[in-house]
Design a protein around this ligand. Structure first.
Ligand SMILES: Nc1ncnc2c1ncn2[C@@H]1O[C@H](COP(=O)(O)OP(=O)(O)OP(=O)(O)O)[C@@H](O)[C@H]1O
Length: 987
């Protein structure tokens, strides 16, 4: 395009940095710009991007829509979208996925999946679900259109291939899953196979914490109804060397760390004597044991759960983890030189312990394990000879055994997952998802990079064939006017690598089989055979290196370990040792195969050749499917979100063939339809001619001309359209259909509206009736409530009055009882006083009677005494007369004297008694006097009390009266208020 002077642009400077600039001169051949930092740069169109282009509007979702289609345009479009978290962009039918390095849950929820279900590619914004849906719809299309599909996900390590693959599988299980909720449904098993394979096949690398160290092709099979009916997983080239050798800060496979951390979950770690990963040689070569934000014990539980779901029995699970533990113990077996030359023995007690542990866990004899590791049997014509191995050979053998065991374990897992998920023999349509390592070019590139880049060349060829070659062939077949577009055909690189009998792989295999070959002889032979091959170059500094010009750039390979890594030899002693295991799982891994007798105990098998065969099979599968491409891009080498490294992204776009695809797509005719298809679809755009007797080709031409489209091509059977023309046709078709739909809609709407009106009217009447009923019911309810309120008020008032009355009543009762108690007290006191007075009177009368009686008695006694004295005197006189008269009289005199003495004695006695009685009577009278005095005092106090009581009762009476009056006043005022309220309520 031509730029005007003064146009603001971005320009790529010689350091490949993009800077702001302004056009100062523009000619056909070159453009001069002045950068904002004052530099004058002369550049070309490709290295310029207008600043007010598409990028300023948030970018376009399909690169082919870019107004300025060049590298910076593509790059800035991606960067612009990435900054808005729009990580997906189409390039025609290729989806570019830029790794966000942060969770974007809103992009992947069920709602999103619902949105993309059944929607044409391009209708919604670009998404991995759209690609998955397109492939699913293709599988479910009309019978004759059906074709198996494949989705090829590629990109460099850490670009997000595995995540993208998981999302595709998630979508396919969503649209093709049954709603059974079954714990072990096929789709559940397909999904759960991911974490299981990740545990055993993924590891931390410098580029990615969860890097897949194997390639994977998952084929999901569908039944006639579009439901998932089976699945098959194929894996490629597991990185075996990682089991025994890791570099800081990388890690070994996740499953080892998970097993060591299993102590928190079960007894496994303790049972297998795996206390700490730091104690195991295969793990402690790197000081990284933990992954940020991931708990190994939780991951262990997840792996176990996945094993349950994919149907691995508990016995097999136990055997798998036991085998892993055995591998770790195996790595700790160290050797030291033995007594004999070139022999080795177990280094120390610790190594011996690990030897025994490994043997126990493998369930083989410990001595046999030692012998197997430290010796080798060589077959000679004379018979077999046992040769001792030195320390380094024994250690290498130990590592080879560990790698073999792990690789077989991994293969067993894949095989069992496949068996457990099951294949559907009746399924005729599949969707395959390929997640394979992207093109790699490091400082040091070894055998693994060679294989990976070989695989990428193959995939690129497939891509070329699909996108470019087929395109060109079709143009030729259809005999349309077409100037060929060049593209970088990589067939020559593939021939160089895989051609038989002379290609890099064949030469490598030959070198591996010849006993005296080294990597040096291999490279020498390679250069001899391909002296002037334009894709192969010698390295100036190292004879052992060679450089290949891949489609994505030049890569120099260091061949030191090529031979060793290509040899997948199976040492027969290992085979014999482990097939003798008492554990059926382990002996099953190493089932005895009939070996051809050989001189050596090694049986060579080429890793590269096997990989080549696998790739061939994969390509055949892919060729029978319709491919969809997803190119994952890693925007930041630091794995940070919102970081976009232009150079790296540009390199990845080049490697992925994205830029080439855009170029070809725009230069050619990306859309083509057979005439019948075209007329079927777009005939409605020219209805006036559609029923005329023209051929389909003429009809097609007339339709297109009617729409004034230019630059289209009419082939033999198909019409070829330029980019964007189909969109115009579709838009016009949609317009016509829209108009037709509008008329139909108008009629349908009238009908619906009429029906709706009748229904509305009926409903309105019903609603009115219902509302009126409601209002009447409400009114009635109000009245009932008012009446009820009056009753409630009445009861409330009665209750209040009752309460007042009862308090008054109880107060009156108290007063009454007080008065009564007062009068009865007074009566009681009177009775008590009367009683006391009677008692005093009685005592007084008794005292008076007793004084009278005593005086009377005294007088009687004195009268009696005087009388008796008189009588005695008379008798005495007589007796004296008689004594005088007779002696006898004397005696009588004596007697009389005696009786007189007695009488005087009795008299004095009675006198004394009388005195004592008088004394006691006076004391008693004194007592009575005192009691009388006390009673008088009590009487006075009682009188005083009565006076007090009287005054109290009079004060109570006055209080009661005032209380009564207050209460009365209050109730009167309340009555007034109630009346007012009642009046208000009534109002
Ligand atoms: N769509 C995505 N959303 C959020 N994060 C993502 C997404 N894709 C990738 N990532 C992040 O990038 C990391 C690397 O992705 P992934 O493991 O898929 O890369 P990869 O290309 O498969 O790498 P390798 O080839 O090493 O296996 C993931 O662990 C994840 O954190």
């Amino acid at each position: 395009m031509g730029y005007r002077k003064g146009t603001a642009v971005w320009v790529e400077d010689k350091d490949h940095a993009w800077v702001e600039a302004e056009i100062i001169e523009s000619s056909e051949k070159s453009i001069s710009v002045l950068t904002t930092d004052g530099r004058k740069i002369t550049t070309t169109n490709e290295k310029l991007l207008p600043r007010d282009g598409d990028a300023d509007h948030g970018g376009v979702d399909d690169m082919t829509k870019l107004a300025y289609l060049n590298e910076p345009g593509v790059l800035f479009n991606l960067a612009q979208r990435y900054s808005l978290n729009e990580i997906y962009t189409y390039t025609g039918s290729i989806l570019i996925a830029v790794n966000p390095f942060t969770r974007l849950p809103h992009l992947y929820n069920v709602h999103m999946m619902e949105q993309y279900k059944g929607v044409q590619l391009g209708e919604l914004s670009p998404h991995v679900f759209a690609i998955a849906d397109a492939s699913y719809r293709q599988v479910m299309a009309m019978m004759h259109d059906r074709r198996s599909q494949s989705v090829l996900v590629s990109g460099e390590s850490g670009a997000g291939k595995t995540e993208t693959t998981k999302l595709i599988m998630q979508y396919l299980t969503f649209v093709g899953g049954r709603v059974t909720g079954d714990f072990r449904s096929v789709e559940q098993q397909v999904l759960e196979s991911n974490p299981l394979l990740e545990a055993f096949g993924n590891a931390r690398t410098v580029r990615n914490d969860n890097s897949s160290r194997f390639g994977k092709f998952v084929e999901i099979q569908f039944d006639r109804t579009g439901r998932i009916s089976g699945a098959a997983i194929r894996t490629y080239l597991l990185e075996r060397s990682r089991v025994v050798q890791i570099m800081d800060p990388e890690r070994n496979y996740h499953c080892f760390y998970q097993l060591c951390a299993s102590g928190k979950v079960n007894q496994d770690a303790e049972k297998y004597k795996l206390d700490n990963p730091r104690n195991f040689h295969y793990l402690n070569q790197s000081k990284t044991y933990e992954l940020q934000g991931i708990s190994s014990s939780e991951a262990y539980q997840k792996t176990r759960r996945a094993m349950d779901i994919v149907g691995i029995t508990l016995i097999d699970q136990e055997a798998i983890f036991r085998t892993l533990a055995a591998v770790l113990h195996l790595g700790n077996i160290e050797f030291s030189p033995g007594e004999e030359h070139d022999s080795s023995i177990i280094k120390d007690e610790k190594a011996n312990f690990h030897l025994r542990m490994a043997a126990d866990l493998f369930m083989v004899d410990a001595n046999l394990l030692f012998t197997t590791l430290s010796t080798r049997t060589i077959q000679t014509r004379e018979g077999s000879i046992m040769k001792a191995l030195d320390c380094s050979a024994a250690s290498a053998g130990r590592d080879a055994l560990a790698k073999t065991v792990y690789a077989r374990l991994f293969d067993w897992l894949v095989e069992n997952i496949n068996k457990s998920i099951g294949q559907d023999p009746d399924s005729r349509f599949q969707i395959g998802v390929l997640d394979i390592y992207g093109f790699e070019c490091f400082k040091n590139n070894s055998f693994e990079q060679f294989c990976i880049n070989f695989a990428n060349e193959k995939l690129q060829q497939h891509f070329n064939e699909h996108v470019f070659k087929m395109e060109q062939e079709e143009y030729r077949r259809e005999e349309i006017n077409w100037s060929y577009i060049d593209f970088v055909d990589n067939q020559d690189v593939l021939d160089l690598i895989e051609k038989k009998p002379i290609g890099i792989i064949s030469l490598l295999d030959e070198a591996c089989m010849l006993p005296k070959s080294t990597h040096g002889t291999f490279t020498t032979k390679l250069f001899q055979n391909f002296q002037s091959h334009k894709r192969l170059q010698k390295n100036k500094f190292s004879q052992a290196d060679f450089t290949l010009s891949h489609y994505a750039g030049k890569v120099t390979y260091q061949t030191e370990l090529f031979l060793e890594k290509n040899r997948d030899y199976i040492v027969l002693e290992y085979q014999a040792l482990l097939s003798s295991s008492k554990c059926p799982f382990i002996s099953g891994l190493f089932g005895l195969q009939k070996e051809e007798p050989s001189r050596s105990s090694y049986k060579f098998s080429s890793v590269a050749s096997r990989f080549k065969q696998q790739l061939q099979a994969l390509m055949e599968t892919l060729n029978s499917t319709e491919p969809h491409y997803i190119r994952c891009i890693k925007p930041s080498s630091l794995n940070c979100p919102q970081m976009f490294e232009n150079q790296s992204v540009l390199h990845q776009l080049r490697c992925g063939g994205v830029l080439e695809a855009i170029r070809i797509s725009l230069a050619g005719y990306p859309t083509r339809r057979t005439y019948s298809e075209f007329v079927d679809r777009f005939g409605i755009l020219a209805q006036e001619i559609i029923y005329e007797r023209f051929g389909e080709k003429t009809l097609t031409e007339r339709i297109i001309k009617k729409l004034k489209l230019e630059n289209f091509q009419l082939g033999r059977t198909k019409v070829f359209l330029r980019a964007g023309q189909i969109a115009i046709l579709d838009a016009r078709r949609a317009e016509v259909l829209d108009n037709a739909a509008k008329i139909i809609q108008g009629h349908v709407r009238t009908f619906i509206a009429h029906k709706h009106f009748l229904l509305t009217r009926k409903s309105a009447v019903n609603i009115q009736a219902f509302c009126q009923g409601c209002l009447a019911r409400n009114d009635y309810m109000m009245k009932r409530q008012a009446k009820a309120a009056v009753i409630v008020e009445k009861f409330a008032r009665r209750r209040i009055c009752q309460k007042k009355y009862s308090s008054l009543y109880s107060a009156a009762r108290i007063i009454q009882s007080m008065i009564r108690s007062y009068t009865s007290n007074r009566r009681l006191m009177q009775v008590k006083q009367n009683k006391a007075a009677a008692l005093i009177q009685a005592h007084w009368r008794m005292w008076v009677a007793s004084r009278y009686f005593i005086q009377y008695q005294k007088s009687v006694v004195s009268i009696q005494c005087n009388w008796r004295k008189k009588l005695a005197k008379r008798e005495l006189i007589q007796l004296k007369k008689a004594a005088n008269e007779a002696g006898a009289l004397r005696e009588a005199k004596g007697k009389l004297e005696k009786s007189m003495e007695d009488l005087t004695l009795r008299l004095t006695l009675e006198k004394r008694l009388r005195v004592a009685a008088e004394e006691s009577k006076t004391a008693e009278a004194l007592k009575l006097q005192e009691a009388l005095e006390a009673l008088k005092g009590e009487l006075v106090a009682a009188r005083q009390e009565i006076v007090d009581e009287k005054s109290k009762s009079s004060s109570l009476k006055t209080q009661l009266e005032t209380l009564h009056q207050d209460e009365l006043q209050k109730s009167l005022s309340e009555m007034e208020e109630m009346k007012k309220e009642n009046f208000l309520l009534k109002a």
